[in-house]
Design a protein around this ligand. Structure first.
Ligand SMILES: [Zn+2]
Length: 217
């Protein structure tokens, strides 16, 4: 089998996804605050790199993979966003698998073998390449029923993150639950993004085992 080049961790050399967050990756710069004009949130030391093309503010997390321990269930904002936007494999960071059926996304599907069930679904998980799909199916305990879904048109939909509300004393308060927010929403000015969300369009459920067998052969 083709072994992808993923970063590994610990005595068992567990492969660590490119997009995974490491516990030693701290925040940097000033913290998010209400803008002086009260029209949303900002960083007082904000630069152009802090916002995306839609003007949405992004969480500041140092890009230092390998620092501390990998948190397999958490994604690093900048690496997740890059993988999602550039269709890079979430595990090895190289280009994700693409066929005439589209880009490969690895989902957990308990009996959701019907492409219609995935049409229009939102994903914070970036696509994946075939060798890494095989690796993930072996190593990821939460992927008990890995399902390959190909999307011909994964469309940038919006962001996942924290919505803030202003308080009467001119401070801000974070909504307790993280939210999905479509780009262009009027609450965008109060939103701190941590993951880029794509909408899966023109989906096909693929036979991962068959695709992987071709790869092995
Ligand atoms: Zn890969």
């Amino acid at each position: 089998m083709l072994v992808p080049e993923a970063r590994t961790w610990g005595p068992r050399h567990l492969p660590v996804p490119y997009a995974a967050y490491w516990s030693g990756e701290g925040s940097y710069g000033r913290r998010v605050m209400m803008r002086p004009d009260g029209a949303g949130i900002w960083y007082p030391d904000e630069t152009r790199a802090d916002r995306d093309a839609f003007g949405v503010l992004w969480a500041r997390v140092a890009d230092e993979p390998g620092q501390g321990r990998p948190e397999f269930s958490a994604l690093h904002p900048a690496r997740q966003r890059r993988a999602q936007a550039e269709r890079l494999c979430q595990v090895c960071g190289k280009v994700a698998s693409h066929t005439r059926d589209g880009w490969l996304f690895l989902m957990t599907g308990d009996g959701e073998g019907d492409a219609d069930a995935w049409e229009g679904s939102l994903s914070t998980k970036p696509p994946i390449c075939l060798p890494c799909a095989a690796l993930a199916a072996r190593f990821c305990p939460h992927l008990s029923h890995p399902l390959g879904v190909r999307a011909r048109r994964p469309k940038i939909w919006g962001a996942f993150g924290t919505l803030f509300v202003p308080t009467p004393d001119a401070r801000i308060r974070a909504h307790p639950d993280d939210q999905y927010l479509p780009y262009g929403h009027r609450a965008s000015r109060w939103f701190l993004a941590s993951q880029l969300v794509v909408e899966l369009k023109r989906c096909t459920v693929v036979d991962l085992d068959a695709e992987l067998a071709v790869l092995d052969g």
